[in-house]
Design a binder for this molecule. Structure first.
Ligand code: UDP
Length: 313
């Protein structure tokens, strides 16, 4: 297939491009580098089936070739990034998603939306099932991301219902691995950076809030399977092994052999208290479940962050 990947220079976007090329597809990659990095695609330069254009998806653009699939992975995704770019984040989810849906429609192509567990907000149902409508603050600091993604899901369903477009929606839970930005503020790069430098690990709040971390190769496998499916309703993709943030900090210390102390900092506003995916739908519809354990996934992730720190030194 000829596949457009928006947000190709991002953490998950770049790994998704790798997987598509490995499967023999051709990739038309787009990114405006607002949060993505050209370094994530450097290894694909000169690849005969890889094409890149610097493009803001909220601005008009034209692609010559017919395409078979459009994957929208274009959005700021870390709280630090979307708090810094709230309007761009809302535009990516709304105008950007619309222009990619129109591209898919013109080409009679399939469309994959990378959505998020943030659609559930600070969830009152645990673990989170796809049929749960969520508990989202529409005007809080995280609303620019949560509501952009919720709008993108609604828009995707509207194109599916109105035009019969073949669409898929992935609700992506916390994902980690090489190519995350060292300074993107998320807990995995933050703790690893701190642990490797021997600096204190900054646990927000009491560290009793939970997250469930999925290694990027597992996540990308789920995305790929979903894109080949005909499931229009949201499917959770994530690893259901749930940890408190304090337990996670201890794991990072153990894994890296770091002697960093743990310090407590103020909990950001609207920080979800619990997050864990129910993945029965993904198992049933896609035959998918994560197979990389946290310790296995941390190995290459630690190596990656070590190399970034060495390059910065
Ligand atoms: N967190 C933390 N210390 C940090 C960064 C994050 O304790 O230096 C916490 C944060 O408050 C949240 C969890 O780790 O409860 C995951 O945060 P992240 O920013 O990675 O993503 P989120 O799941 O909140 O979107």
């Amino acid at each position: 297939m000829r596949i457009v990947v928006a947000g190709a220079a991002g953490f998950i976007g770049s790994h998704f491009c790798d997987r598509l090329l490995l499967e023999g597809h051709s990739v038309w990659a787009l990114d405006n580098f607002i949060t993505g990095s050209a370094v994530n695609l450097k290894h694909l330069e000169g690849h005969p089936r890889f094409h890149f254009a610097e493009q803001d998806i909220t601005r008009p653009f034209h692609l010559e070739d017919p395409v078979d699939a459009v994957a929208n992975l274009a959005s700021a995704a870390s709280p630090k990034d979307y708090l810094e770019h709230p309007i761009e984040t809302l535009e990516a989810g709304s105008a950007g998603t619309r222009s990619l849906l129109e591209l898919a429609l013109r080409n009679e192509a399939r469309f994959l939306l990378a959505s998020t567990s943030e659609c559930y907000g600070d969830p009152l149902v645990h673990p989170q099932v796809e049929t749960y409508w969520g508990n989202v603050n529409p005007v809080g600091p995280r609303s620019c991301y949560d509501e952009a993604k919720r709008f993108a899901e609604a828009l995707t369903m509207a194109y599916h219902r109105k035009h019969g477009l073949r669409t898929n929606i992935a609700r992506i839970f916390n994902t980690y691995g090489p190519r995350m930005k060292l300074d993107d503020g998320r807990v995995v790069p933050a703790f690893l950076d701190q642990a490797l430098r021997g600096a204190p690990l900054t646990v927000f709040g009491g560290g009793t809030q939970t997250r469930s971390f999925c290694y990027v190769s597992d996540l990308v496998d789920g995305l790929y399977r979903l894109m080949l499916s005909s499931e229009p309703y949201p499917v959770n993709l994530g690893n259901p092994t749930e940890l408190t943030i304090l337990e996670f900090a201890e794991r990072i210390r153990r894994h890296t052999g770091s002697r960093s102390e743990i310090v407590f900092r103020e909990l950001p506003e609207d920080d979800p208290k619990r997050r864990c995916p129910e993945i029965a739908r993904a198992r049933r519809l896609l035959g998918w479940e994560p197979c990389v354990s946290l310790d296995q996934g941390l190995g290459p992730t630690v190596e990656y962050f070590r190399s970034l720190q060495a390059a910065a030194a």
